[in-house]
Design a binder for this molecule. Sequence first.
Ligand code: NAI
Ligand code: MG
Length: 359
Amino acid sequence: MAETKKIAVIAGDGIGPEVVAEAEKVLQKVGEVFGYTFETEHALFGGIAIDQKGTPLPQETLDVCKRADAVLLGAVGGPQWDNNPKELRPETGLLGIRKELGLFSNLRPAVVFDCLKDASTLKPEVLEGTDLMVVRELTGGIYFGEKFRRETEFGEEAVDTCAYNVTEIERIARQGFEIAMKRRKKLASVDKANVLETSRLWRETVIRVSAEYPEVELEHVLVDNCAMQLLRRPSSFDVIVTENMFGDILSDEAAMLTGSIGMLASASLGEGSYGLYEPVHGSAPDIAGQGLANPIATILSTALMLRLTFGYSEAADAIERAVAEVLDAGHRTSDIAAGRGNALSTTQMGEQILNAIRK
Ligand code: NAI
Ligand code: MG
């Protein structure tokens, strides 16, 4: 019997609790099938925490997260909190939790399911076999650099600065290599080393770290070229590691290869195996409480958790296989139904996936 793994579950608001409920059933099923024990602890987060505790991220919730091995997050946000002061907005809790948990890298896989190729704007033959992961640095670069405005003889001027130190680059580079080792062992490091000093340090550092991973095939790609290659030959990428702003842009571009936001999972990692897992989508207040939400993004996020935090690759594969099987069989929630009619509800889709999970 494997040791008990503790998972903090913070479902949030909107469709968060609906999709998280399906993901929890999947975890339970995987436990039964593979002999793993998961212990979940629930805590309030986001709008519901504002309403009940007066803050989006109560200390209690943070404590629950910190004593767990991993966090499963739904989504937060809604129009009823939009006009609150900053400290009483759900999204403030989101930034707070990532910072408090020391999560410095954001991982977004883009997997194209064969039967959903028609949901993308790209040609099916270009998408064939696409299965890539963007690893984005989350705490440095131009988003966090000094910023100010000043008067010049040409009028007002705004300044943003981009800074990266070698420690920040090393830890994200290492994470890129580690993830590549668990996949197809190919890493594309994306920079703008032909013009930016931060990118030159980035490239030097990545090359130095690469000596520790001789099995990983490393290529350096300039960011503008990478933006083109993602559309031209997406299936040739395995892991892409890059700095904060480039990663922000490229991960959105990569996400769109796959079609629907209801399908996209993500992980945020820090040092060690600890991680926070959540769907890329938000709380979708427009469809909340109606059983319309696609739970697949959250279910695939639990697969990432099993693989990246717990090292349960077989179980992660089983979840991904189950999702593919259910889609292949033609089952769809309304966001991916493309006018086929007879769309499944959130729980019906969850049920289908549950039944398809096997060793
Ligand atoms: P959204 O992702 O919540 O919704 C965008 C559109 O996609 C909506 O039409 C929604 O119905 C649909 N959609 C989203 N997830 C879906 C799913 N699983 N199944 C089927 N359809 C789905 O983004 P939006 O509308 O910009 O933001 C809504 C709220 O969510 C805002 O308060 C925003 O701040 C918050 N938000 C929270 C995030 C988080 O918790 N990590 C991330 C993004 C937004
Ligand atoms: Mg973005």
